[in-house]
Design a protein around this ligand. Structure first.
Ligand code: GYE
Length: 349
C-alpha cells in the first residue's frame, strides 16, 4: 500500500547508486531497487527468510512466494538472510524504512531480536513469526507465530526408537547414539535436541555426542565422518534434518558401514526429520533411513491467513501449531504414545 510512495525516491537514487558502486551492484539489491512501482491497493509484506540451507527451507520459501502474489493482493519483498542474523536484522530495518504493511520473520536463532523488533513496533508494523521463534521477554514484540512443535517431533522420534529397539530385545544401555544437530540456538534444534536428550536420560541410553551439522548435507557428512573416527560403537544416528542424514549416510557408506535398522547385525540406524527431500524419502523406502518425523514447510497460506485476520483488525491466536505425522517403512511399530496421546506410524512415504 505505502510502497508506491517509497519507490519514487529509490528510483531517483539509481544514477547515484550506479555511480557510487561502479558496475557491480549485488543482484539482490538491484532487483529491489529496480522493482517497478506496484498498484497502491496491494498490501506490502517484507519477508526475511533465514537462508537456503535445506530442501525444507526451499519448499518453505516457495510456499511463501506463491501465497503472497499480486493476484492475491500482495506485494512481497523477499530477503534471504544467508544464514546470518545480522543480515536478517538489516532486512527488517530496510522493511521499516520502506514502510511495509507487515513483516514476516523466519528467524535463524531465538536470541537477539529485542532491539530490531522494538523498532518495528515503534514504526507500528506488525511482525508475524514463521517456522522458528524468537526468545524475547516481551511477547508483544510480535503478533503471532505459526510453525511446528519441534520438541514433540523429537519426543515422537525418541518414542519410536524406544518401541522399535524394545521390540528387537535390545537393552537400553546398548543404544550408542550420536545426535547431529541443526544450527545451535534455533527453535528446531532446541526442541529436537531436548526431545532426544530427555528420552536418553529417562531410558538409560548412551547418548555419546551432540554435534551441530548446521542443517546442511555437507556438514552432516563432515560431522558423521569425524564421529565415526572418534567412536567405534555408534549404532544410532539421530539427524535433526534429512539433508544432514543424507550426508551422514554418505559418510557411513564411505567408512564401509551399512545404514539400516538391523543394529544387532552391525548396521547403523539413521533417523531424521522433515520428509521433504526426495533422496531422503527414497532412502527411507530402502531402509537406509529408518524413521522420519514429518516437518511441514508449507506455511505460506497459513501466514497469509494470519495476515488476513490482522487486516480486519482482529487478533489471531498467538501460537499456531501444525499437525504432523511420523513415517517408518521398518516393520515392528504401528503406533507410539507421547504425553498420553497415540500417534499412528505411517508406513507409506
Ligand atoms: O527442519 C530444517 C531447516 O526450522 C523446521 O530448518 C526448520 C528446519 C528444518 O533447515 O531442514
Amino acid at each position: 500500500m505505502k510502497r508506491f510512495f517509497k519507490l519514487i525516491p529509490l528510483l531517483l537514487l539509481i544514477p547515484a547508486i550506479l555511480a557510487g558502486c561502479g558496475s557491480s551492484i549485488p543482484s539482490e539489491n538491484a532487483e529491489e531497487i529496480l522493482e517497478t512501482p506496484k498498484a497502491d491497493d496491494l498490501v506490502t509484506v517484507g519477508f526475511s527468510q533465514l537462508g537456503a540451507e535445506s530442501d525444507w527451507r526451499s519448499a518453505n520459501t516457495d510456499s511463501m512466494l506463491s501465497a503472497f502474489t499480486e493476484e492475491a493482493g500482495y506485494n512481497l519483498i523477499y530477503k534471504n538472510g544467508q544464514q546470518k542474523q545480522a543480515n536478517q536484522i538489516t532486512a527488517i530495518r530496510m522493511f521499516i524504512q520502506q514502510e511495509v504493511d507487515y513483516i514476516v520473520l523466519a528467524p535463524s536463532t531465538e536470541d537477539g531480536w529485542e532491539t530490531v523488533l522494538g523498532e518495528a513496533r515503534e514504526a507500528g508494523i506488525p511482525v508475524i513469526l514463521v517456522d522458528r521463534r524468537v526468545n524475547t521477554a516481551d511477547k508483544n514484540l510480535y503478533s503471532c507465530w505459526v510453525g511446528s512443535d519441534f520438541e514433540l517431533e523429537g519426543k515422537k522420534m525418541a518414542a519410536w526408537i524406544k518401541a522399535y529397539t524394545e521390540s528387537k530385545g535390545i537393552a537400553p544401555e546398548d543404544l550408542h547414539i550420536v545426535n547431529i544437530q541443526g544450527n545451535i540456538g534455533s527453535t528446531a534444534q532446541i526442541g529436537r535436541t531436548r526431545g532426544l536428550a530427555n528420552a536418553a536420560r529417562d531410558n538409560g541410553w548412551d547418548l555419546m555426542a551432540e554435534v551441530s551439522g548446521d542443517f546442511t548435507e555437507n556438514r552432516g557428512r563432515e560431522v558423521m565422518g569425524a564421529l565415526l573416527k572418534r567412536f567405534d560403537n555408534i549404532n544410532v544416528v539421530y539427524c535433526e534434518n534429512d539433508n544432514m542424514a543424507i550426508g551422514a549416510i554418505d559418510a557411513i557408506e564411505s567408512a564401509g558401514r551399512k545404514a539400516g535398522p538391523n543394529i544387532q547385525n552391525g548396521e547403523i540406524m539413521v533417523v531424521s526429520f522433515d520428509g521433504v527431500n526426495k533422496t531422503a524419502l527414497d532412502y527411507a523406502r530402502q531402509g537406509k533411513i529408518s524413521c522420519i518425523a514429518e516437518c511441514n514447510p508449507l506455511h505460506g497460506p497459513r501466514v497469509r491467513a494470519l495476515i488476513e485476520v490482522l487486516k480486519i483488525g482482529e487478533t489471531p491466536e498467538k501460537f499456531n501449531y501444525v499437525d504432523e505425522m511420523l513415517f517408518s517403512s521398518v516393520p515392528g511399530v504401528d503406533a507410539i504414545v507421547v504425553d498420553d496421546k497415540t500417534y499412528k506410524v505411517e508406513r507409506e512415504y
